[in-house]
Ligand binder design. Structure first.
Ligand SMILES: Cc1cc2nc3c(=O)[nH]c(=O)nc-3n(C[C@H](O)[C@H](O)[C@H](O)COP(=O)(O)O)c2cc1C
Length: 319
């Protein structure tokens, strides 16, 4: 009998209707159908595109990726094809294949964010994620996401020219997460997504067999990379960030940071997320997001839940 019940895994992020709460995170899933060889991209809630700027960017010089035991440091520096190429080459692919998507945009000035938002509006883009949190660029992004006054100005100016779903992506690299999140809500954000990568550094000191010389670096080889840390090592930071902001905002929260299995997804719902994004784990398990959708369906059947909303309600940790 229970097999006949149609499960409702849908979730609404303001006007954006998602068939399920599993999304893929910006910068880890390309722009459109790059993961077609691994999964049916149409089966997940939505993909979030790589961060897109007004003009194409080549990003930072190499090395810009360092794999760690439980995570990854990247300093890609927003390499991307630019909005005009995206509209011309990628948008038709997304639309032809009926892929639900959110465009992640980034700028070096408020004017650039506004211009990008206008282009999205004129192309009827259903949802935009404002990247106010990337730590890997010299100007813009996190610079706008740290200060309440600047954030308010940026989000409200974008809000004035973009009528569809506006998601503000925040960083945990801030002193008062709850104030930043509340400011985004007050300025007109429809939802918050968090967290972006966390500022980090990897250093490797290799000492030559003859030891360190008094002239210091002669016999030591230093390798280092500064960038944004992601993957399972940041999950506790992400859970705490979401838990803290959930108590101060009433708009939906899309949680991410180190999600690599179904249990992780449930933990994000427990602390206050309404939907989740899979990021770094896509690199090692390219079909993980699709697998999470089927695990969610199986779990709901097993536990006799007809709707995601009921499941999330029962999981929510009472503050
Ligand atoms: C290689 C790489 C590129 C990324 N590029 C972007 C980006 O362009 N825009 C953005 O908002 N976040 C970007 N992110 C951050 C992710 O979307 C996500 O917020 C972060 O990695 C935390 O989730 P995770 O631990 O599941 O990866 C990038 C992350 C990685 C690892």
């Amino acid at each position: 009998m229970s097999n006949l019940i149609k499960l409702d895994t849908s979730v609404n992020i303001s006007k954006l209707k998602l068939k399920n709460p599993v999304l893929t995170a910006s910068g880890t899933f390309g722009y459109a159908n790059e993961y077609d060889d691994f999964m049916n991209v149409g089966n997940i809630g939505a993909i979030v595109t790589k961060g897109i700027t007004l003009n194409p960017r080549t990003g930072n010089p190499q090395p810009r990726i360092k794999e760690l035991k439980n995570g990854l440091i990247n300093s890609i520096g927003l390499e991307n094809i630019g909005i005009h190429n995206f509209i011309e080459k990628k948008l038709p692919v997304l639309r032809e294949n009926n892929i639900n998507f959110i465009i992640n945009i980034a700028g070096e000035s408020i004017k650039e964010y506004v211009e990008l938002a206008k282009i999205c509006q004129s192309n009827n883009i259903e949802a935009v994620e404002l990247n106010l949190s990337c730590p890997n660029v010299k100007s813009g992004c996190l610079e706008f996401g740290k200060d309440e006054e600047t954030l308010y100005k940026l989000v409200s100016e974008v809000r004035n020219c973009f009528n569809n779903t506006l998601i503000v992506k925040l960083s945990s690299n801030v002193s008062f997460p709850e104030k930043i999140a509340k400011t985004a809500e007050n300025a007109g954000a429809d939802a918050i997504s968090a967290i972006n990568t966390v500022k980090a550094m990897h250093v490797e000191v290799k000492i030559a067999a003859s030891g360190l010389s008094p002239a210091r670096n002669d016999n030591a080889i230093f390798e280092y990379i500064k960038g944004g840390l992601s993957g399972s090592c940041i999950k506790p930071l992400a859970l705490n960030f979401i838990y803290e902001i959930r108590q101060h905002v009433s708009i939906p929260i899309i949680g991410m940071g180190g999600i690599s299995c179904f249990q992780d997804m449930l933990e994000f719902f427990a602390v206050g997320a309404d939907a989740i994004q899979v990021g770094t784990a896509n690199f090692t398990h390219p079909d993980l997001s699709e697998a999470l959708v089927s695990e969610l369906n199986n779990f709901m059947k097993q536990q006799n839940y007809e709707s995601l909303a009921e499941l999330v309600k029962d999981l929510r940790y009472e503050y």
